[in-house]
Design a protein around this ligand. Sequence first.
Ligand SMILES: [Zn+2]
Ligand SMILES: [Zn+2]
Length: 311
Amino acid sequence: MKALVFTAPGVVEIHDVPDVVAGADEVVLHVDRAGICGSELHGIRQPGFRVPPLIMGHEFVGHTDDGRRVAVNPLVACGTCELCLDGKTQLCRTRVLLGVHKAGGFAERVVVPRSSLHDLPNSIDWDHAGLIEPVANALHAWRAAGSPASKRIGIIGCGPIGIACLEVALDGGAEFVACADLSHERGTVAKEIGAHQVATALEGEFDVIFDAVGTSSTRTSSLDHLIPGGTTVWLGLATSESAFDASAAIRFEKSIRGSFAYTNEEFAAAIALAPRLNLSWSTTFPLDQGAEIFTALMNGQSTPMKALLQP
Ligand SMILES: [Zn+2]
Ligand SMILES: [Zn+2]
């Protein structure tokens, strides 16, 4: 079968690879859409969790041999530790991500645990379904902030995660949402989706700020623009180390919440939420063009906003 393989730092190539075989409690999934994630653009430049050769892709949807249309929760947890038993599978110490630690969705077929499948409603088409994973991330971040309806929300970064945060905030009843991004194209998408204010940087104070970038400067900005007692939720992973004014955070009781992935329940909730959202900001390309698209995005091209690959 055909697959887009991460073969060496900075290199992805279409290869013919052996077809997959399902083991016990596993299913062969025919991939219909697999989204390219910003973390993959970073992850293949410097060696990290992703070790080549690897078929990446953790945002994928598809159908089974018997015609079930499903989204896949790519986060596979042990299911037995105290965190898993508490529903916090995203925090399981032995969690494994399909497309990161094991083969993922940039292929014609992929093997997934049967327990990772979530049925899709007929009302959602493949292009929209391909955005469920980023929506699940945003839903988790929104809940991490205490589901702050009727509040002033700031969002730093208008890539797919920032846009998904915007959608979830608007759906969740935010009073005012401001978005910041250096890219004019991305800011335009945020405006179309319904952001009340779009600029290259946040201006003024907010009750809650989502940082979907994760550099030292965006983390600093996410604290500087909070009201006293406010909360910033950090989802962006651009850099691991950051300098910020911790004493100001202490004196004005500002909270920093990390947000990673989603619980299984939130993944299901994102599927239920998706039909209500404006998920028209992706562009679908054949899997064959995956290497070109990857290279363009890696080289800093900011469009398409979200590329979905279709085997
Ligand atoms: Zn991702
Ligand atoms: Zn566990």
